[in-house]
Design a protein around this ligand. Structure first.
Ligand SMILES: *[C@@H]1O[C@H](CO)[C@@H](O)[C@H](O)[C@H]1NC(C)=O
Ligand SMILES: *[C@@H]1O[C@H](CO)[C@@H](O)[C@H](O)[C@H]1NC(C)=O
Length: 414
């Protein structure tokens, strides 16, 4: 949803290890397929991707997807806060950020308004006639937007749990009119991989094609890079902390029910908070009340400790400085306490536990800065609380759209 500070970054990871693990560990998880909407799959199956990126200084995690015949590679920003995948497209394009040679060149005809997928696409523009082409327009919380048309093409997935590549005809957005008014740099990626709770997502289409269960997960490494999978990953059945999602009808995002925030064992006051899990947001946003009380608790706890306010460091809203510039959060982590977000589920309370390195970054000036921002300064967020990438580092976060739940557990994502 929200994007902060971007730049260009490339980090290769060794994927063979993970693929091997997935093959041996794809045990007998039975699939909860709705037979009336999806063809049954033969066996547990998943598609894996290596991710690139980090929380700071890049502010995003991305994957490479191959589209067309012959397949051409495009980098996509992973965004669980939006529901349509689109790529910058030479239709021709206005205000695309990539050189023309790196844009997607459409070959197939656009989807029609009469197509079911068009009707169920977030951002699909109103149609006057069923034969019109299916146009969409998406506006993101960072004021950026993409205007384009839906079409079909083949996606090529080289890395699957069976070791055999997969090719599927999928619908996506050909974005031919982009806007990035700032203040942040436009994304260096070719498009957005929308993984929200819509029927138009790639995962949901693969599910409708009978290829995968409607499940995916990511593991974002603190040191950069990580992993993304679609489908029946063995981790889906691992002992996990699961919380139910609010029904899509009441909240279109991956939104928790009632939660509260605890800092160092102290409640921040507000209860009944809703949190959205949004991989498209680099940082976490608390509404003004929770933000203020969290900040108060952090500041009280810093009393008498050798960290001073550093208002001159504009990297994020709140930065501190130590006696000398730091290289790693480990140098100051003893001055901070853990934060827990406690979610009330029908049967118990589950918590997302965050250590100082899960909510602080080290700025270019060598200062620790708070990776929790004042959501109330972003009108478009309303009263929402957003869990961004910084809170999801070095954890598997699994989005189970079949059981309408989200789960996580700690992991080394490197
Ligand atoms: C299966 O899908 C159909 C059509 O969307 C729906 O009416 C039905 O309730 C679903 N069944 C289950 C068990 O989810
Ligand atoms: C958070 O933002 C709101 C709206 O701009 C503002 O009124 C409030 O003072 C801010 N809180 C803090 C602690 O800066």
């Amino acid at each position: 949803m929200e994007k902060e500070r971007r730049g260009r970054f490339a980090l290769m990871m060794v994927l063979s290890l993970v693929v091997a693990m997935m093959i041996t560990a794809s045990c007998s998880q039975s699939l909860a397929h709705n037979k009336s909407t999806a063809k049954p799959t033969a066996a547990p199956f998943s598609v894996a991707f290596q991710m690139t990126g980090n929380v700071y200084p890049l502010g995003y995690y991305s994957v490479n997807l191959k589209i067309g015949n012959p397949p051409k590679s495009f980098d996509f920003d992973i965004d669980t806060g939006s529901g349509l995948t689109w790529v910058q497209c030479d239709a021709p394009c206005q205000a695309c950020t990539l050189p023309r040679a790196r844009l997607y060149k459409p070959k197939n005809k656009p989807l029609r308004c009469s197509d079911t997928l068009c009707r169920n696409t977030p951002g699909a523009l109103p149609c006057h006639h069923p034969n019109e082409q299916c146009d969409y327009q998406l506006a993101y919380a960072d004021q950026g937007s993409s205007l384009g048309v839906l079409l079909n093409d083949h996606f090529f997935f080289p890395t699957t749990s069976t070791g055999v590549s997969l090719t599927q005809l999928l619908a996506f957005g050909c974005g031919y009119d982009q806007h990035n008014p700032g203040p942040h740099l436009p994304p260096p990626t070719a498009g957005v991989l929308g993984l929200g709770r819509a029927e138009a997502t790639i995962v949901s289409q693969l599910h409708a094609n009978g290829v995968l269960p409607n499940v995916f997960g990511h593991c974002m490494s603190r040191t950069g890079g990580g992993l993304l999978f679609f489908g029946d990953h063995p981790l889906r059945s691992s002992p996990n902390t699961w919380i139910p999602l609010l029904p899509v009808s009441s909240n279109p995002h991956y939104s928790s029910g009632s939660a509260q925030v605890v800092f160092g064992g102290k409640l921040t006051g507000a209860k009944g908070l809703q949190f959205i899990f949004d991989s498209g947001s680099s940082y976490t946003y608390f509404n003004a009340q929770v933000y203020q009380s969290t900040l108060n608790l952090i500041r009280n706890n810093l009393n008498g400790k050798p960290l001073k306010n550093a208002p001159e460091d504009k990297t994020l809203e709140v930065c501190w400085k130590a006696a000398k510039p730091i290289k790693s959060i480990s140098e100051v982590r003893n001055y901070f306490q853990s934060i827990a977000i406690q979610f009330a589920t029908p049967t118990n309370v589950q918590q997302l536990l965050l250590m100082p390195e899960d909510y602080l970054i080290v700025s270019k000036n060598g200062n620790p800065c708070l990776g929790i921002l004042n959501g109330s300064q972003h009108q478009e967020l309303g009263n929402l609380n957003v869990i961004g990438d910084i809170f999801m580092q070095d954890k598997w976060v699994i989005y189970d759209n079949e059981k309408q739940r989200i789960g996580w557990f700690p992991a080394n994502c490197k």
